[in-house]
Design a protein around this ligand. Structure first.
Ligand code: AMP
Ligand code: ZN
Length: 320
């Protein structure tokens, strides 16, 4: 979640810096071409058939790149139980991005109170009740809770795909509030996890460059919140726990991550009581590819109509 991209968040994007202008310009071109359909909220778009044909081709490539590990494929809805969300610590680390789900629980009188506020155009959020769910910010979070308690020798490999939510409204079409990821996930001994990660450190940039994207790998710098967050940030960098594959969409100084690989060490193993065959706490790593990011990057790179894209890229994506 990182990026070296431009400043984010509602205040930053409204500033009229050249990068913010470049964000707006790319967004406007995608909308004018019909690739993105605005909804009135920044970071929430409809996508047309052409955009989705690129997403589908990219998804196939990401899936195929990990097929040699014969992963267990599993799909989840785009929300996770609040207990898991809380346990993972997302609210602690990234409070401004969270998406807890609220609903109405009450009688007719309480409902009339909500409607009075609704009709008056007033805020009614304090009359809603938090549900047992939160929108998932990363699709691998659905996987870890059900992996334990003990995994067989050789560990487990998973693959999952789904919508993620992060509350980061922006005019930058590379930074959405709802986006899709495909993730490959390894849960095993430290050596097994690191060997798996090493293979992806090569494959991920290869995959993105094969689509004509200009990719650089770098150690990530997630925007952990607050004072405690500064420590997390430092140790993430020092231990090189997260590597990102950054593409050049707004110039080499403002690269954006289209994919990232995270080594969690025993974090999820501890949280969800997962042990390896030898009884040690399991380690884990995941690599996520952002569909919309990669797709927007390709439209920026090759033009707003796939008909004009280089034939090798069209072939790779199965565009015919
Ligand atoms: P992260 O968990 O932040 O490393 O994100 C994994 C991948 O999801 C990134 O490499 C991006 O491809 C994608 N991604 C993350 N945040 C966003 C966002 N706000 N909009 C679109 N894609 C995103
Ligand atoms: Zn993940």
């Amino acid at each position: 979640m990182t990026d070296t991209a431009a400043p984010t968040g509602p205040t930053a994007v409204s500033a009229s810096t050249p990068v913010a202008d470049a964000h707006r310009d790319l967004r406007d071109r995608l909308v004018a071409a019909g690739r993105l359909v605005p909804t009135g909220v920044d970071g929430i778009y409809g996508r047309d058939e052409m955009f989705e044909s690129v997403v589908a081709g990219f998804d196939r490539l990401v899936s195929a790149a990990g097929a040699d590990a014969d992963p267990t494929r599993v799909e989840y809805p785009p929300m996770i139980p609040k207990v898991n969300f809380d346990r993972i610590g997302y609210l602690r680390n990234f409070p401004e991005l969270v998406g807890p789900i609220f609903s109405f629980v009450g009688d007719a009188a309480a409902h009339r109170g909500v409607l009075d506020r609704l009709d008056a155009g007033d805020d009614y959020s304090d009359l809603l009740t938090q549900s047992e769910l939160a929108l998932t910010p990363a699709c691998c979070y659905s996987v870890y809770p059900s992996v334990g308690p003990r995994i067989a020798k050789g560990g487990r490999t998973f693959e999952t795909c789904g919508y993620c939510f992060r509350h980061e409204p922006s005019v930058d079409p590379m930074r959405l509030q709802a986006f899709r990821q495909r993730e490959h996930i390894r849960v095993a001994t430290p050596d097994e996890v690191l060997a798996w990660r090493d293979r992806w450190l090569e494959r991920a940039p290869e995959l993105l460059s094969s689509l004509g994207l200009d990719v650089v790998s770098d150690v990530a710098n997630d925007p952990f919140f607050g004072r405690a967050g500064r420590l997390m940030k430092m140790s993430q960098r020092e231990q090189q726990l997260k590597i990102e594959f950054l593409v050049d969409v707004y110039g080499p100084e403002h690269r954006t991550a289209c994919s990232s690989i995270n080594y969690h060490q025993d974090h999820f193993g501890h949280l969800f009581d997962i042990t390896t065959a030898d009884g040690e706490t399991a380690h884990s790593s995941c690599i996520g590819f952002g569909f919309e990011r990669a797709t927007v990057a390709m439209f920026q790179r090759h033009g707003m109509d796939t008909a004009g894209w280089p034939s090798n890229v069209r072939d790779r994506l199965g565009l015919g």
